[in-house]
Design a protein around this ligand. Sequence first.
Ligand code: SAH
Length: 502
Amino acid sequence: MFLTISTTGTTERPATDLGFLLHKHPGKAQSFTTSHGRAHVLYPEATDQRCTAALLLEVDPVALVRRGKGKGRGGAPDAALAQYVNDRPYAASSLLAVALSTVFRTALKGQCAARPELPERPLPLRVEIPALPARGGADLVHRLFGPLGWTSVEVTPVPLDEHFPEWGDSRYVRLVLAGELKLAEVLRQLYVLLPVLDDAKHYWVAPDEVDKLLRAGDGWLAGHPEHRLITDRYLARRRILTQDAMERLELARLAEADGSEAEELDNAVDETHDTEERPVPLAVRRREAILAALRTAGAQRVLDLGCGQGQLVQALLKDVTFTEVVGVDVSMRALAVASRRLRLDRMGERQSGRVRLLQGSLAYTDKRLAGYDAAVLSEVVEHLDLPRLPALEYAVFGAARPRTVLVTTPNVEYNVRWESLPAGHVRHSDHRFEWTRAQFRTWADTVAGRYGYAVDFVAVGDDDPEVGPPTQMAVFHRSTGDTDTTDTTTHTAETPKEGRAA
Ligand code: SAH
């Protein structure tokens, strides 16, 4: 069983740096004893331009049986012969993952004493595994590697016997990954995902496997759309371990959430909401209100400004009336999560032609945002410092100038109804302000007046007779008579200077 890792380089940045990163000299072949056989590291090519390292594991099938105490694949009582004659020597499995972690231990940790700057640098990498057991098929391999930042994930089923194509495909695939990633990241992905795809761990899964999984999964597993399947399989479906891991991943995810969406109160259910059916989280009701308002406005090409982790973009794409959807956010991290959520890299051409994610700040005018039917600012304005707000108003209403603009924001009056919110607190630590209904109206009326829009207000969530709804939405429509073409220069002069409202 083997895998190769290749990179390319130049005279200034030679590809043979790979040798430093792996702590294995490109000039010689080396062998190591691992618990299941001999592992060899060798370099089929090593020039400044191209360098390939191969890891080859010679499995000792007899030792395997002895160590395994007669347990067969997945714990099933195999026929005696199958213990000796099986795919172990050929297919990249959990054994290869163990060899990888033994032979490249330091590289896996992202350490390189000789050249400390190297591990931090993403490299153009190509990983090839000629025979990867893929329980769950090619589709699962895509789902596992797709969201991890590779520019291409190529999965080719391996025929049972190439001389007899009519026998069909084996359960192995040839996997080729290509992209710019850090080497340590790649090794950690493989360390976790090889046994997951094999789904037949050869060794007893001890409780410290949870720690190993979380260490290797640091930075990529918590936000992975398949983190449950990965965890479940990696821990060989041991319920208690899986539960422990899932809880710790959830904490990691919340810590990573960066202020967007995972706004606890949003996802919590409105406690005062009296329902017979399962109550709907506020975030969902808000998305529904936004979609309804966009449909009423007849919008087809829509901007989601401050799109965060892409939940609304995803909802918009599900409706074919929206022919083009553009998500914009200042946070690269949020966009990375959005891209994974949408599986942008795996989308068919037709679908990917409808969607784009752009990084940008709404405090600056941006030519890319001109010419759309509608723009949504869902729970975004309260994340800007008040003095920055006029710049956003100009960028959206003055420069981008879509026919329709939807703005949602918390109604601070409603906060007394959240039992879990201490008095006087805002709903999220990153909120710079929260407005009363009157303050929001004043702000919206002023903006509408200044930029030639008419504005209506919609309650989102249950409209409490005393304190109003939890979320307030303003629906701006550009006044008739205004043309669709935008001349940004005429608006520059009126960029307002002072903050308003609140
Ligand atoms: N619209 C999403 C996310 C709201 S959280 C939702 O309704 O769930 C606010 C988002 O606005 C965050 O993702 C944050 O990164 C983004 N944001 C804050 N200031 C911004 C700015 N100046 N330009 C662009 N995006 C900004």
